[in-house]
Design a protein around this ligand. Structure first.
Ligand code: HEM
Length: 376
């Protein structure tokens, strides 16, 4: 893999930067963990793209890749795999989608109605943080009370990378046994009854799939939903258009994922030596693919800081690229679409609370943590 050439107009540092050089802006060491980056990473991203397309972040212990074309190529490079592997994908999509859509619609409707009569609401605490976990709980046919525990596991990231937190297994096993004995109309029953190559799925597989569905991408979806709502509420003219023409929702969602991806950093580990930009990264090197920077690369996107639901080609990398592309991208989009529709239906005059502006924060997981709105 070779680094993309400096696109025309990229201002390169006077001497071409050595990939191992750590000289960043004004003599500082570029690092994602530097003060202030959590609140505003964009000056750092710009400086990396322009002058240090591959640089070692000593504090993070990883090589930073920041240009769109390099990030995309790295995500598709088979020698750069995720540091943790073995997460089961939410397979059987044909089976999952209709049930999840119905559950997401119902859950979003209930959550939206619950807050619609209030004077002022924090949509993060009352809506976006709940919807993914509660919709998955509803789709699987688990009791509503479990949504709080599942939400907490998503929020604290205590679900393990393989999708089966030990407490989650303990929560699911009795339900699996009950569905085996007496199937219902829910997704857990459907998984228990599903067959691959004529064989029923084992209890472990059902538990792993259900576990992935419950916590696998719940936090990412919750953060992405918060940013999506924030972007639209912060651009009332575009929100009005989406309200009038719901067919614009998928484009508005994709544009939000480009501009404000919930997981702006995807880590990869080299399984073999990789020659990059004049240096060879040894096996085991960790590369941080800066999706958040790639989405703001002016050599890929015109006026990249602008939120524009009519952008012809959002081509975001928020779900990764290549072999490890997120298998639940469509499912995450369901939460966004059902969530927004339910909110606009319950609160036709929804708008930001007077004087409030959303302020995203976070490096590895990024979104506004507060979204104050007036329901009408
Ligand atoms: C907006 C929400 C989401 C975002 C932004 C997102 C983002 C991503 C990204 C960037 C990757 C690739 C990681 C890599 O290349 O190393 C990924 C992989 C994955 N995601 Fe998601 N995800 C979301 C929702 C979900 C949901 C809801 C689930 C589960 C129901 C899920 C399950 C997975 C799994 C199992 C993988 C691993 C795929 C593999 O390694 O082959 N994600 N996701």
């Amino acid at each position: 893999m070779s680094l993309s050439p400096a696109p025309r107009g990229h201002r390169l540092s006077p001497a071409p930067p050595s990939p191992s050089s750590n000289a960043g802006r004004a003599g500082t060491t570029p690092s994602l963990l530097a003060p202030g980056v959590e609140h505003d990473p964009y000056p750092l991203y710009r400086s990396l793209r322009e002058s240090f397309p591959l640089v070692r972040d000593e504090l993070l212990g990883a090589w930073l890749l920041s240009r769109y074309s390099d990030v995309r190529a790295a995500l598709g490079d088979a020698r750069l795999g995720p540091p943790v592997t073995g997460r089961p994908g939410p397979g059987h999509r044909g089976l999952l989608e209709p049930v999840l859509r119905a559950a997401a619609e119902r859950t979003a409707y209930v959550l939206a109605r619950r807050v619609s009569g209030r004077r002022e609401v924090d949509l993060v605490a009352e809506f976006s943080a709940w919807l993914p976990a509660a919709a998955a709980v509803a789709a699987l046919g688990l009791p509503w009370e479990d949504a709080a525990r599942v939400r907490e596991w998503c929020r604290t990231g205590s679900a393990r990378a393989d999708g089966v937190h030990p407490d989650l297994g303990a929560l699911l096993r009795p339900h699996v046994a009950r569905r085996r004995a007496r199937p219902g109309a829910d997704l857990l029953s459907a998984l228990c009854g599903a067959r691959t190559d004529g064989q029923a799925l084992s209890d472990d597989t059902v538990t792993a799939l259900a576990g992935t569905l419950l916590t696998g991408g719940g936090e990412a979806t919750a953060l992405a939903l918060a940013s999506f709502l924030a972007n639209l509420l912060d651009h009332p003219a575009q929100l009005d258009l989406v309200r009038a023409r719901p067919g614009l929702i998928p484009g508005a969602w994709a544009e939000s994922l480009r501009r404000d991806p919930p997981t702006p950093v995807v880590l990869r580990r080299a399984s073999a030596p990789i020659a990059l930009g004049g240096t060879t990264l040894p096996t085991g090197s960790v590369v941080a693919c800066l999706i958040g920077s790639a989405g703001r690369d002016p050599f890929r996107f015109a006026d990249p800081d602008r939120y524009d639901i009519f952008r012809a080609d959002p081509a975001h990398l928020a779900f990764g690229a290549g072999a490890h592309f997120c298998p639940a991208a469509t499912l995450a989009g369901l939460a966004a679409e059902c969530g927004l529709r339910a909110l606009l239906d319950a609160m036709p005059g929804l708008r930001l609370a007077p004087g409030f502006r959303p302020a995203p924060r976070g490096i590895i997981a990024r979104a506004p943590r507060l979204l104050l709105v007036r329901p009408c």
